[in-house]
Ligand binder design. Structure first.
Ligand SMILES: NC(=O)c1ccc[n+]([C@@H]2O[C@H](COP(=O)([O-])OP(=O)(O)OC[C@H]3O[C@@H](n4cnc5c(N)ncnc54)[C@H](OP(=O)(O)O)[C@@H]3O)[C@@H](O)[C@H]2O)c1
Length: 267
């Protein structure tokens, strides 16, 4: 079974590729660095999807702008689905985020558009909404270098990116199921606290500056806006097992960034 991974060179995408190989599937990586621009819909996309049974979309744009986010996820979704239909792809799986309909962040407007495009598209689909990755603490910290670490106040129930990847592979190799149960980690955490623990584990000194986002967005982020909905708790596969502290102990080394991430592979 051939499975295309849109964004297969990214943080979670590399784990998806690795989990596909471990499951005996053949991954096909779609990314600009592999010659496929999913926004432009380059010609290489049709060729890359030849013989592909399922697509897992874990592509991403790093932005806080609603306009840029919507433009990216709209274009990527439509291009992947149109090319998928032409290639006879049977299942389109998208990684989304828990709470995008409850927290009014600009980036989330794009994720909502991505879900809408998939829902209205020509290929049978599954959307998996996951909470923030444990690695999100690193992404937050490393995107803005300098002596201060400005971190939004936010409650989250983080999960290891590898566990999200494993669930995406399980979903991609099964039948389309529409909205899958929300996927979250085992414990509720404060992002500010996660970043402080990450800095300590790395042996790095930076002043953490917590910032509460204004208005309704801040209220939702500091409340339960990004926590999984209660009725998902009992669904199979709805909880990851690795805590943030376990992840820190396994992946983060003093004086460096997290280790143990897979290198880029796949055709
Ligand atoms: N981070 C979190 O905590 C979290 C939590 C839940 C869900 N998610 C979702 O997970 C997804 C992946 O996030 P991530 O943090 O793993 O992403 P990431 O590390 O930023 O990787 C983005 C990937 O997208 C590819 N890409 C970007 N622009 C492209 C384009 N125009 N054409 C083709 N490929 C393109 C990149 O490859 P090239 O640069 O080579 O093109 C890369 O492989 C996102 O949709 C995000 O919303 C993230």
């Amino acid at each position: 079974m051939r499975v295309a991974v849109a964004g297969g060179t990214g943080l979670v995408g590399r784990y998806v590729v690795e989990e596909l190989v471990a499951a005996g599937r053949e991954p096909v990586v779609l990314s600009r660095s592999r010659g496929v621009d999913l926004v432009a819909g380059s010609a290489g996309l049709d060729a890359a999807l030849d013989g592909v049974d399922a697509v897992v979309d874990v592509s991403n744009v790093t932005t806080t702008s609603a306009r840029k986010s919507v433009a990216f996820f709209d274009a990527v979704g439509r291009n992947l689905l149109d090319a998928g239909e032409r290639a006879g792809v049977r299942h389109h799986v998208v990684l989304s985020i828990v709470g995008i309909d409850r927290v009014g962040l600009g980036y989330y407007r794009g994720k909502l558009r991505q879900e809408d495009v998939v829902r209205g598209g020509p290929v049978p689909w599954t959307v998996l909404r996951a909470t923030q990755f444990h690695e999100f603490a690193e992404q937050t910290l490393d995107r803005v270098p300098g002596p201060f670490a400005v971190v939004p106040r936010m409650r989250t129930q983080p999960i290891a990116a590898r566990e999200v990847a494993r669930q995406l592979v399980t979903l991609a190799t099964g039948p389309a199921q529409g909205m899958a149960p929300d996927l979250a980690g085992p414990r509720v955490e404060q992002l500010v606290d996660m970043v402080r623990r990450l800095l300590r584990a790395r042996g790095e000194r930076r002043l953490v500056v917590p910032v509460r986002m204004p208005g309704a967005v801040g209220a939702a982020m500091t409340g339960d806006g990004q926590l999984p909905v209660a009725d998902a708790a009992d669904a199979p596969g709805a909880r990851g097992g690795q805590t943030f502290d376990e992840w820190l102990a396994r992946h983060v080394v003093r004086g460096g960034r997290s280790s143990g991430r897979p290198s880029v592979r796949g055709g």
